[in-house]
Design a protein around this ligand. Structure first.
Ligand SMILES: Cc1ncc(COP(=O)(O)O)c(C=O)c1O
Length: 306
């Protein structure tokens, strides 16, 4: 956002269903985060509701490819072009996912908008051994501006053209990622296989909705997130946790109810996000998950609903 020249007071649209980091960077720069509602099935930005969030100060939109599945990028890019907005993809949870456009062409998430950003935090699909991240851009001028901002605003050593930050990837993390990147597709395939196994295991439980696969996107299952529709989500979570099965709520307090962000809501209603907050829970998923571990999880969940 610094590289794209956004100025204090500018507005940036983002989904209300995301990790705090998406809003944090906007607020830190003195920009205004405008939180938008999401689809109940994919949990990603609802493009049919976006017009209401646009005003004269709107400069960018940040789709988040939540839990490993692409937002509807074709519709989002058209919306952004119509309103002359930058598109900054938050690809922290979906590295390695692909999106298919209506003409059949495919692009990787993070490479569709003007800028893509990702996280290499250890729990991510491509994780390093500490903190790390990367930004992607197709445009050479944007790429140069990103490099400059990330390295103290310098265009060449000790010449600082803009105010920047230290956001370089540590060489040791880069070395680890260089090797792990070769295996990303294998990691993601393992997550998908585990998700398919869960899907089959939960298919006959009417109180659960397993993750929806958007035909336009591959799903890299950063999280395996279900919906519980009979109001027993918290009870189920406690039941599973008591047996040592990690059932997590991403995220327990919605962004617009957080102390630091509640002032930004501006009276806008987010009915879908509000409902999802009560229903979603995520079960363990990672590259080394085995069917016998998953059987235990499926058995425990099934027993709860019997
Ligand atoms: C959607 C989303 N955006 C941004 C981030 C921020 O990543 P980092 O903590 O590496 O800055 C994360 C992960 O933590 C995330 O899940």
């Amino acid at each position: 956002m610094m590289a794209l020249g956004l100025k204090p007071g500018d507005e940036v649209i983002l989904p209300s269903f995301t990790y705090v980091a998406t809003a944090e960077v906007i607020a830190l720069l003195g920009l205004r985060p405008v939180m938008a509602d999401v689809y109940p099935d994919t949990f990603n930005l609802d493009v049919t509701k976006l017009e209401q969030y646009v005003g004269p100060k709107t400069k960018a939109i940040v789709p988040v490819h939540l839990f490993g599945q692409s937002a509807d990028m074709e519709a989002l890019m058209a919306f952004a072009a119509k309103h002359n907005l930058f598109v900054i993809e938050d690809n922290a949870q979906a590295i390695g996912a692909a999106y298919t456009f209506s003409d059949g062409s495919r692009k990787m998430t993070g490479t569709i908008g003007h800028v893509g950003a990702t996280s290499f935090f250890p729990s991510k699909n491509l994780g390093c051994y500490g903190d790390g991240g990367a930004m992607m851009a197709n445009d050479d001028a944007i790429a140069a501006a990103l490099r400059m901002v990330a390295n103290h605003g310098q265009s060449r050593q000790y010449y600082h053209d803009v105010v920047g930050v230290n956001s370089r990837l540590d060489a040791i993390q880069a070395a680890i990622l260089r090797i792990k990147l070769r295996h990303l597709d294998t990691y993601n395939a393992a997550r998908r296989k585990a998700a398919d196994y869960y899907d089959a295991g939960f298919a006959s439980i009417p109180q659960l909705k397993t993750p929806v696969r958007d035909p336009k996107s591959t799903h890299v299952f950063h999280q395996y997130t279900l919906r519980n529709t009979d109001g027993r989500r918290d009870e189920l979570r406690e039941y599973l946790m008591a047996q040592g099965i990690s059932a997590m709520i991403y995220y327990p307090v919605p962004l617009y109810k957080q102390e630091a962000y509640r002032n930004y809501l501006n009276g806008v209603e987010l009915p879908v996000k509000e409902q999802l907050s009560l229903e979603v829970f995520s079960l363990p998923i990672h590259t080394e998950l085995t069917p016998d571990i998953q059987d235990k999880v499926i058995e425990a969940v099934s027993k709860f609903f019997k």
